[in-house]
Write a protein that binds this ligand. Structure first.
Ligand code: NMX
Ligand code: MLT
Length: 435
């Protein structure tokens, strides 16, 4: 069995050799033509961001060549659990290798050992007013915690560039273990929940659930699942924001704060909470068992007011989101006994089935009218009692852990700072006309 540091170190020579080959033998080879549409349309379709941990395309994401459905089967699970484990997924993203049970156990124990939030940070948190939004509190806490960055300390001590990834990995592991505890602390403070002892022998999701007073097996299982499959989706806004900022060697804590800021936009991760609000409003207007016509009228009315329908569409995917299918399967195997939850979730199912047809017809140019994962994940969390304003920070736990795996590879491969060339529309026109 290898430690995470050994497993990453063992993979570096082959990845560095591939990087060197690309930069020598193929340095000047063209892979794509840049069109005006690529430039005008937020770089859609332009394969220009190097990503080590996944390939994402219009048909879905693959992590080190494996789909999420394959990983659901292949990754080791915790005893008694039927869901993916975030710790196993993390190990896999870092190393491109399924961990052995012994490696997973050592890795999880290492993370657990790192989960303690420094006392100073707890004092800082308790000084913050409860009515500051959870994401703002987490962003402030993360920038505060940057004083504990081992990566920054190594830089200040003049460490060699070749060693930087090890210090980045120290921070990445500290942060992956601490962020769920920070989110739990913000929740516990707002809801007056007493601090619970951290169980060293338990996993991240279970400890998180305990800290927020939701130590219910289904909620823990759902947290494991969600944190596992939301870790990475290539250059999405949150990940790309972290990628850009960290390319200038910004340490992991501030980098992750940037990712959360990226998630606060309604077109990206804020859609998780917006979708819950949208569906709750639909429930109170239409009741729990509306006809298809009522649903279509309701959504058409929102569209005619120029509103975006949260949870539908995707900037990259052109097929139904595989994550939504995984969420639906979870609901089938973990049905709620609460009739209110049941009617809320069945309304969402009816919405998901009916709305794409309307969007296809009414929103000309919409490239993917299907529901995305955000049409359901937040609603399930809401059904477990997590208020909609915590959904963004819940998601952030997963995305931060996932991006950290990319972060350490960027440093291990010595990738440079991102600095594309910008151009004005006038320059663009001149280029087209002179081509
Ligand atoms: N409701 C209303 N209009 C929409 C929607 C929607 N859900 N999705 C796309 N459109 C509009 C879009 O605003 C654009 O209009 P215009 O031409 O006037 O600018 C047109 O359809 C074409 O958009 P697309 O090219 O299909 O999508 P784009 O790549 O620009 O945007 C999203 C992708 C995800 C930002 C967009 O579909 C959206 O705003 N969805 C709702 C918010 C959401 O669910 N976000 C979560 C993203 C997915 N996720 O898994 O995180
Ligand atoms: C994500 O996981 O961040 C979403 O699928 C959005 C995206 O990839 O653009």
């Amino acid at each position: 069995p290898q430690t995470i540091f050994e497993a990453v170190a063992a993979r570096i020579p082959s990845r560095a050799a591939l990087a060197a080959k690309l930069m020598t033998k193929y340095r000047d080879s063209a892979i794509h033509e840049v069109t005006v549409e690529n430039v005008m349309n937020g770089m859609r379709g332009l394969p220009c961001v190097l990503w080590e941990i996944s390939e994402s395309s219009a048909t879905g994401v693959k992590h080190h060549t494996k789909t999420l459905t394959q990983l659901e089967v292949e990754l080791p699970k915790w005893p008694g659990s039927t869901q993916m484990s975030p710790e196993a997924m993390l190990w896999f993203l870092y190393t491109a290798r399924i961990p052995t049970p012994a490696e997973l156990e050592t890795f999880a124990a290492d993370l657990s050992r790192r989960a303690e939030v420094p006392l100073e940070a707890q004092t800082f948190l308790h000084a913050l007013s409860k009515d500051i939004s959870p994401e703002s509190q987490i962003i402030m806490l993360l920038t505060f915690l940057s004083r504990y960055s081992k990566f920054n300390l190594a830089l200040a001590n003049g460490i060699s560039k070749d060693e930087l990834w090890k210090h980045a990995l120290e921070d990445a592991l500290d942060l992956s273990a601490r962020l769920p505890m920070l989110v739990a602390s913000v929740y516990a403070k707002a809801h007056g929940i007493e601090k619970t002892e951290h169980l060293r022998s338990s996993d991240l999701a279970h400890n998180f659930a305990r800290q927020i007073g939701k130590d219910d097996t289904d909620f823990v299982e759902f947290t494991r699942l969600c944190w596992s499959f939301y870790m990475d989706h290539g250059a999405s806004v949150s990940s790309h924001a972290m990628r850009l900022v960290s390319s200038a060697w910004t340490e992991p804590y501030t980098t992750v704060a940037t990712g959360i800021i990226g998630g606060t936009g309604p077109l990206h991760a804020k859609a998780i909470g917006d979708s819950v609000k949208f569906n709750l409003k639909a429930l109170s207007t239409l009741g729990s068992d509306p006809s298809k016509e009522d649903i279509l009228d309701y959504v058409a009315n929102c569209l005619s007011q120029g509103k975006i329908i949260p949870g539908y569409g995707h900037a990259l995917l052109r097929v139904p989101d595989a994550r939504l299918e995984i969420l639906r399967r979870f609901l089938e195997t973990h049905p709620s006994s609460d009739p209110n939850v049941h009617s809320f979730l069945s309304l969402i199912r009816s919405m998901n089935d009916s709305v794409p047809e309307l969007l296809r017809e009414r929103v000309r140019g919409m490239k993917n009218p299907h529901p995305n994962g955000d049409a359901l994940n937040g609603c399930i969390l809401h059904a477990y009692g997590l208020p909609s304003d915590y959904l963004l920070v819940f998601f952030a736990c997963s995305r931060a852990m996932g991006f950290m795996t990319q972060y350490i590879w960027d440093r291990a491969l010595g990738l440079p700072m991102e600095r594309p060339l910008s151009l004005t529309m006038d320059e663009l026109l001149t280029k087209v006309q002179s081509a």
